[in-house]
Design a protein around this ligand. Structure first.
Ligand SMILES: [Zn+2]
Ligand SMILES: [Zn+2]
Length: 342
């Protein structure tokens, strides 16, 4: 197992560079990036053109509840009047911390006990972490707590100063429903671009062994492993892609907080190791941990563009990479092909 892991890691770092050369041809990375700019640009144009009619229907549901949220915010705003800094820190640290540790506490109960079976039956790598190795887990918890408190914490402080320079993140008025949706779309695009390229850079052989190998110690990840990383990787690849969007748009503290929570919950799901019903599929990033040199992005748009999902697309994991809308685990409906001799 150890040998297999080391072999994979070696291939992971080196294979990706070889892959880059083969897949990108004479135009290379620059050519692909130009294509990416065209695709993303068209996406933004599409959103601008059709966004209003798409969101109009959603806004009808929002309706009167919009006033409810504005009234609630006014109460909070008045309670903190003159203490914007405190309001910003409380919002952007308390809620994301609760979201991250709350969801991970639940997952850890399952990982450490191997129960209940109605959750463990959805395990992606069926023979792994059953239950999780306690020594490995303790080490991961310490690193994750360190990154959370000593890296994400100070970065939120830095972000606050950038945001106040950009505008007033704690204004009395909530952003409109349309603007909030537009912001979430832009944050996601910014995250996909920055995470994909920084992550792929960390797979370069000269950087991989120093910075990114740690995150890949877990070939079968669990939720908490999402921020189990070298401090430099945690700054450049995990935190910056998420915090830059709200700084660019000069966002309100409420949409910023909501986005931080969404980003932490989504990365927890991507790493959790269970393909649960009615939740986004974690197959894509789970495959990255299994094979190292495939699936570098968050949504997979840039992987498709650069061809870094070519092997993934030939696998059973790819066939299972959908929203599970029934209760039967996808490992049962789409079983692995039996190995020769079995
Ligand atoms: Zn990962
Ligand atoms: Zn990686």
């Amino acid at each position: 197992m150890q040998t297999e892991t080391r072999l994979n890691e070696k291939n992971g770092a080196q294979g990706s560079t070889v892959g880059m050369r083969q897949q990108e041809g004479p135009g290379g990375l620059w050519d692909s990036m130009k294509k990416a700019a065209v695709i993303i640009g068209s996406g933004i144009l599409f959103l601008a053109a059709f966004g209003n009619s798409l969101t109009w229907h959603l806004q009808r549901f929002w309706g009167a509840s919009g006033d409810f949220w504005q009234n609630l915010w006014t109460k909070v705003y008045l309670a903190f009047e003159g203490h914007d800094t405190a309001l910003f820190f409380l919002g952007t640290t308390l809620f994301p911390t609760l979201a991250f540790w709350g969801s991970n506490a639940l997952l850890l109960l399952v990982d450490t006990t191997g129960k209940p079976s109605f959750i463990t039956r959805y395990r992606i790598q069926e023979d792994k972490n059953n239950p999780v190795d306690p020594v490995k887990l303790r080490h991961a918890v310490k690193t994750v707590a360190f990154n959370h408190v000593f890296i994400s914490g100070p970065m939120v402080v830095a972000v606050y100063y950038l945001m106040t320079w950009r505008g007033n993140p704690c204004g009395p008025e909530l952003p409109t429903f349309h603007w909030g949706l537009m912001e979430l779309a832009v944050f996601s695009i910014v995250e996909e671009i920055l995470f994909y390229y920084s992550h792929r850079l960390f797979h370069h052989p000269s950087l991989y062994k120093h910075f990114h190998k740690q995150h890949h110690e877990w070939t079968a990840p669990i939720g908490l492993v999402s921020i189990y990383a070298h401090p430099l990787e945690h700054v450049l690849s995990n935190t910056l892609p998420v915090v830059i969007g709200p700084v660019l748009l000069g966002s309100h503290v409420t949409t910023t907080t909501m986005w931080y929570c969404m980003a932490l919950i989504s990365t927890t799901i991507s790493h959790c190791g269970y393909h649960l019903p009615f939740l986004p599929s974690p197959e894509f990033h789970d495959f990255h941990h299994l094979r190292f040199n495939q699936c570098f992005g968050v949504f997979g748009v840039l992987d498709r563009l650069h061809g870094t999902d070519s092997k993934f697309r030939q696998t059973k994991q790819y066939e299972r990479h959908t929203l599970l809308t029934g209760l039967t685990p996808l490992t049962q409906t789409i079983p692995d092909t039996p190995k020769k001799g079995q």
